[in-house]
Write a protein that binds this ligand. Structure first.
Ligand code: NAI
Length: 329
């Protein structure tokens, strides 16, 4: 029996995993609401593995505690792994496994939804019409048809977004160090050119030392006036203060963010009774052309089902000493 302690579990995670776990009688899962961090890591005593999600702290200290407890496997039920100290895990011969590409379309479709909602001010229209206000002032949008979409990072999600943009009749350009040969309708350009030419700019590269604050005062200056920016990748890609400065300077026609710096305390929590400690999110929300969602790009039935399936396959492969390609090294 492989015993796994799940951290940061919501009812929808548990429902999805319970459905799949029936087919894996040799895996026992216990679910906890707490996030994984150096203090809660101690609760994994007696388990073989832990399972964490995007906002868990799987840094050096957490890994040290898990190692002391004899945990050999960290299962990430997500694609990104910027919250894990991979070197430390390697040093302790601890395996880290993730779920790459569980449903690239789920995230890409959300990116397109954000672009459309922010562009056509659907968020405002929804509230207005509910109040019997059928006026159109402040809601003028732009066509996507025949405009230029710039995709930064054309891996699985970026490629899916490129296909959607192409379907909208857009010219699609992209920047990636490794051009995707399947995207024969995409013209690869330098980052500078993508920034300069795009009417819709969508971020799909991972958060690394190189991409941290990729969108900053300087790169914003390079963009077209009236650009629409969408970030469904990681908050750290965008330097929020510079973004706010750009929004105030009327640089952006619209901005759609599924991820943002300082999201950590908010994401997946109902904080409607709290007085918020961060003014950054509140400032972003004060702009009429900004739409924010709560890191929900992944949140479709298909994606949840694939996440559960692959996570359980990862656990099984670990137990059998098999390599799947989902190891993070
Ligand atoms: P992927 O690994 O398939 O593709 C990433 C692409 O980015 C690769 O082609 C890589 O060459 C490129 N890249 C790396 N560094 C770059 C740079 N400096 N400039 C331009 N391109 C660069 O990853 P996938 O599955 O497409 O996911 C992308 C990101 O989406 C993940 O890293 C994760 O942060 C985010 N994500 C967000 C979700 C959400 O719910 N909002 C859900 C899943 C992933």
């Amino acid at each position: 029996m492989l015993k796994i302690l799940f951290y940061d579990t919501k009812s929808y995670d548990q429902d999805s995993f319970e459905r799949k776990n029936k087919a894996y009688p040799k895996i026992q899962i216990d679910y906890m609401k707490s996030e994984l961090n150096p203090s809660t890591a101690r609760l994994a005593k007696g388990y073989d593995a832990v399972c964490a999600f995007v906002n868990c702290d799987v840094g050096t200290k957490t890994i040290e505690v898990l190692h002391e407890l004899g945990i050999g496997l960290i299962l990430l039920r997500c694609a990104g792994f910027n919250n894990v100290d991979i070197e430390k895990a390697k040093e302790y011969k601890m395996k880290v496994m993730r779920v790459p590409g569980y449903s690239p379309e789920a995230v890409a479709e959300h990116a397109m939804a954000l672009a459309l909602v922010a562009n056509r001010r659907i968020h405002k229209a929804y509230v207005r019409v509910r109040e019997n206000d059928f006026s159109l002032g402040g809601m003028l949008g732009v066509n996507f048809y025949e405009k230029t979409a710039g995709i930064i990072g054309t891996g699985k999600i970026g490629a899916a977004m490129a296909r959607l943009c192409y379907g909208f009749g857009m010219k699609v350009i992209a920047y990636d160090m490794y051009p995707n040969p399947e995207l024969d309708f995409v013209k690869y350009e330098s980052l500078d050119e993508v920034l300069k030419q795009s009417d819709l700019l969508s971020l799909h590269c991972p958060l690394t030392e190189d991409t941290y604050h990729l969108i900053n005062r300087e790169t914003i200056k390079q963009m077209k006036d009236g650009v629409i920016l969408v970030n469904t990748s990681r908050g750290g890609l965008v330097k929020t203060d510079d973004l706010i400065e750009g929004i105030r300077a009327r640089k952006f026609f619209a901005v759609g963010l599924d991820v943002y710096e300082e999201e950590k305390r908010n994401v997946y929590e109902d904080r409607s009774d709290d007085i918020m400690e961060s003014s950054v999110t509140a400032r972003l929300l004060s702009f009429p052309n900004v739409v924010i969602t709560s890191h929900q790009g992944f949140f479709t039935e298909e994606a949840l089902s694939a996440i559960s399936e692959v996570t359980l396959e990862n656990a099984t492969a670990y137990k059998q000493g098999k390599v799947t390609g989902n190891e993070v090294e």
